[in-house]
Design a protein around this ligand. Structure first.
Ligand code: SDX
Length: 392
């Protein structure tokens, strides 16, 4: 108990687990990672430092950060056989389908880091997953556009390395744009962890059975893909593009309010936030910075700003406490940087890997941890006798 928080005992009765990693106050729009606000981390930290914080519980000293970054950098290359694994997919496979398959297969390549009871192997698996996700994500993109894979360049930052592996080509040097690198790094921070969301809960449930960490993260990727969850960033930009112009916004707001219409405003609403998602605030500021730096004017951004303004003043959305979430603006930035919408959820998975890994480690080292076993409210038939087919 601290003066800053009053814990709701009733809430803990519905909690799926205890955790020290991330705290969300949905009513106040507060998001803390190990006690630090997402706003301060996004503004003052960097993704490698946030990864260290989530994994270890404290911000690193300069030496600790250097050692951690060096370790991650030295794990960014993937087994050469993995490249041939990609060649089994169709070129038009959705990159998230490739991520599910390739990450799930990592345990077939890294046998020396699958023993969940060996602390050293848990650390290596954790570092490998954080380090190799950018490489695998970039390979998924390259494979989809028919370009050659690029090996990691250890002279670059974690995020700069990812941008180069994604957008660079062997035929010419690739220069990392520092504004894009900073924006991408900030986007990774905003997506790093988020308490017990659907995909993190999936990772914990899979891990509670003793499955290896690579399989658990693959399960989290599969869950994140859904449009109600991590797939919302792709769906939100597709929705903004479908709206197209500001004058068509009222038509879509009316549809979102119509209970007979399954349409929902993608990037709006949240299971926990009943206030503005603090990540969306940072994301909107970052959109303005990136579009300005790249000299991009995207009418979709104007549609997003006006849609938010109209929705936030609409009695329906006010009553339902529906606000933009982390996915509402992210697609505008990612599109301006050059990613196709099919890569948006891959980027979410890349960033969320550290959160999944931190939560998996917390679960697996909990001495009281047991296999997860949710129960149900049974509403089926009462016990009855078997009826031979001729009597049915
Ligand atoms: C993420 O859990 C996490 O932390 C997830 C995440 C993370 O970092 O891991 O934050 C990432 O997944 C963010 C959410 C991304 N999804 C979307 O943007 C998809 C669009 N939003 C929704 O489908 C919806 O808001 C959910 C799924 C996110 C939440 O749905 P709920 O649980 O139904 O929300 P609710 O209970 O607050 O809904 C209250 C009412 C309902 O109507 P009634 O039943 O009361 O009549 O608002 C309605 C909902 O139908 N509603 C919407 C709406 N979201 C909720 N109506 C229109 N548009 C919407 N977007």
């Amino acid at each position: 108990q601290t003066g800053a928080f009053t814990y709701d005992p009733g809430f803990t009765s519905t909690a799926s687990c205890k955790s020290d990693i991330t705290y969300i106050d949905g009513d106040e729009g507060v998001l803390l990672h190990r006690g630090y606000t997402i706003g301060e981390l996004a503004e003052q930290s960097n993704f490698m430092e946030v990864c260290y914080l989530l994994l270890n519980g404290e911000l690193p000293t300069a030496d600790e950060l250097d050692t951690f970054t060096h370790t991650i950098t030295r794990h960014t290359m993937v087994h050469e056989q993995l490249a041939t694994f990609f060649r089994g997919f169709r070129r038009d496979a959705h990159p998230m389908a490739i991520m599910c398959g390739v990450v799930g297969a990592l345990s077939a390549f890294y046998h020396d880091s699958t023993d969940i009871h060996d602390p050293a192997q848990r650390v290596i698996a954790s570092h490998r997953l954080i380090a190799k996700m950018p490489t695998i994500a970039a390979m998924a993109y390259k494979y989809s556009v028919g370009q050659p894979f690029l090996y990691p360049d250890n002279s670059l930052s974690y995020t700069g390395n990812f941008l180069r592996m994604t957008f660079g080509v062997p035929a010419e040097p690739y220069v990392v744009n520092p504004v894009v690198e900073k924006a991408m790094d900030r986007i990774f921070i905003l997506h790093a962890d988020h308490e017990q969301n659907a995909s993190t809960s999936t990772v914990r449930l899979a891990g509670s059975s003793g499955a290896n960490p690579f399989a658990c993260i693959a399960a989290g990727i599969a869950c994140l893909w859904g449009p109600a969850h991590g797939g919302a960033n792709e769906a939100a930009l597709n929705m903004l593009r479908e709206i197209g112009t500001v004058d068509r916004i009222p038509e879509f707001i009316a549809r979102a309010k119509d209970k007979n219409d399954p349409f929902r405003l993608m990037g709006f609403g949240h299971r926990v936030y009943k206030n503005y998602d603090p990540r969306a605030t940072v994301m909107q500021t970052t959109v303005k910075e990136v579009l300005g730096e790249l000299g991009v004017t995207d009418p979709v951004f104007d549609v997003a700003i006006e849609l938010e303004r109209l929705a936030l003043s609409d009695p329906y959305f006010i009553e339902k406490k529906l606000f933009p979430n982390v996915d509402f603006y992210s697609g505008v930035i990612l599109s301006a940087i050059g990613f196709p919408t099919s890569m948006f959820t891959v980027l979410f998975a890349l960033a969320r890997t550290v959160g999944w890994v931190a939560q998996w480690n917390e679960m697996i080292t909990d001495p009281d941890q047991k296999i997860g076993r949710p129960r149900q409210l049974y509403s089926g038939a009462a016990q009855r006798d078997y009826a031979p087919i001729g009597t049915r």
